[in-house]
Ligand binder design. Sequence first.
Ligand code: HEC
Length: 201
Amino acid sequence: MSDENPSCPTPSGGEPTSTRSAAPMWIIVTTLVLLFLGGYYFDQHSGWFNPKVYAPYPNAEALGAYQPMSGDAAALARGKTVYESVCGICHGADGLGKPGQAPALAASELVITKGFNRLAHIPLAGLNGPIKVCGKDWSMAMAAMGAALPDDDLAAVLTYIRGAWGNKAGPVTGDDIKKIRAEIGKAPQVMTGDMMMKLPE
Ligand code: HEC
């Protein structure tokens, strides 16, 4: 009681005090859950502010995937998908190949040929070196990685690699592949590079 001024009024409820107590756990948890749900709802329904996106599509890509494509665009999209799942593992999604694994397809003189007879033989029959790609020697082996693909899918892949990454060579059709597959026959012989170069381009 020493330095208190006795003339100051004392409130009846005692001196006001301020307290600090942590927010209860349930508020924190509920807030996080609401934030998460809000974020999910935004992601699914906002179209990410793109006015062209409408329900039920969550974003422009999903919407685009449902748009009807012309035959060529559909074949190219199919070729890209098959390429990335079957060939890209070795040759790279960017077509640049991987050192010690597979040569480049981008700018490869075996891909951007005028005809595609030789090229189609590679995934249908398999290739067992030696070859030259972009001035580099390769002597590895590629199994008949495309032999199990339907004609249209292999055609789409070859069309894709002949047109992607700056390559500018003409398309291949399912009928083309059907013909070449028939010429190769049921028990294809894996080609050496020399055998391949003797085939008509
Ligand atoms: C398991 C790895 C692997 C997969 C998968 C693969 N390749 Fe290859 N590919 C190779 C290797 C290795 C060579 C080089 C062979 C040689 O040295 O004779 C090659 C060579 C080639 C060549 C000729 C060389 C060049 O770079 O132009 C073409 C064209 C080709 N592959 C296309 C394809 C296509 C199309 C597919 C998918 C249907 C495919 N490859 C899948 C490993 C692979």
